[in-house]
Design a protein around this ligand. Sequence first.
Ligand SMILES: [Zn+2]
Length: 87
Amino acid sequence: MGRMGAKLRLVTVRGRALRCVVCGHREFSSREVKLNSTGAEFLGLGWANRSALAVICGSCGYVHEFAGPRPDLWRPEQGYPAEVEVD
Ligand SMILES: [Zn+2]
């Protein structure tokens, strides 16, 4: 694995540019995280053991987790797609 996931990306969620909720930074690293729930495992609810995508602020390190539809990741040097709302 090494430093995989350390690459910084612009992130959009449902067509909107994501900014860090803490510091407002726009570049994030990302990695898969497990949403393990001991209770769900005990009950045999396999569907509850899903993974989420965590995007980690490249400035302050705050972790934003997305358990639903995946955020889209973009190379900073290419910028956001034209249709993205950037506020
Ligand atoms: Zn931040």
